[in-house]
Design a protein around this ligand. Sequence first.
Ligand SMILES: *Cc1c(COP(=O)(O)O)cnc(C)c1O
Length: 393
Amino acid sequence: MTDTAMMPTYARIDLSFEKGEGAYLFSTDGRRFLDFGAGIAVNSLGHSHPHMVKVLQEQAAKLWHTSNLFRIPEGELLAERLCEASFADQVFFTNSGAEALECSIKVARKYQSHIGNPEKYRVICCDGAFHGRTLATIAAGGGEKLLAGFGPAVEGFDHVAFDNLNEMKAAITPETAAIMVEPIIGEGGIIPASYDYLKGLRETCDEFGLLLIFDEVQCGLGRTGKLFAHEWAEVAPDIAASAKGIGGGFPLGACLATKEAAAGMVPGTHGSTYGGNPLAMAVGNGVLDVIMASGFFDSVNAISDYLSKELESLTNKHSDKIDLVRGSGLMLGIKITDAYPVGSVITALRENGLIAIPAAENTVRLLPPMIIEKTHVDEAVAILDSTLSAMAA
Ligand SMILES: *Cc1c(COP(=O)(O)O)cnc(C)c1O
């Protein structure tokens, strides 16, 4: 790593880019890469999408920021559109995923206090989850790597095994306020929850008077071929956190909630100086213009079916190197056998022109932009195939 004035919290790859176009990135040293990482599921419409460039430039020439002291019509519109298309009635806009989760946790605690249960403040989360890097969200994640050295973990988070309803039920106490789960674990290795589990969580929350929070920061906003991944299970949460793809590359997050769940969030209870400013809202509306257009999710589903089938053939061919492929839509994980550390696979793929992202469980994560076509899938699969073939144990 080169020594720079930036705080060295990232193990950065010694590579930088000067431009992006659709599913491709062009490095400052003149190479072209097929980008199946999309800035960690953020560049949901690829790079320099013409509609996104247009909405950003138009808004940039008009108005960037006014603060939340005033009404923001672009934000009211975006909130209305998100609610129209989802379980939610209200939205709070943030600048990141972690802030969307912070807001979700606050909404849940406030709800319980508001309805006369101030003793209910704890949130049950899952092992292997990732909810962000703030003090509360590292406590929600619960992993030792996230928490080490940062003092006592923020109080109020309990942890159980993922996708295990019995454990979840057994962990509920009179102090439990909510259950918070990623419908598809992202950083933790691309592990989808079963639909029965998600349905069971809903029933459990209803039975015990708890709020159900889904962290859809990575899996949401179209990546699985529906606006939110939980729609596949036909389960609605009370609160959902969104970010990453919602801004298409502009820092934007959102906490969506039902009116009932957000009943305690009266003026003065939460805020953000930047959150939901006109520039961010224009970009968010731009993303929705594209992904909510009729037929868009059909094309996401068609291309992700094709990618999954190709990866299935790849798994059969390289059964000595691939344990399994899992995930949903354009959020897929290739779990590599332990003999081949995922870091070296990612490096080799990159050297061959494909950007993918490592995840836990020795998993190669594919999070391509939703605008990919068959030729991009063919190119990615060919690079995966030749890279795996060339790898010696
Ligand atoms: C990335 C991520 C977060 C944190 O988002 P930031 O924008 O980095 O704060 C939270 N939850 C999940 C599931 C994520 O993938």
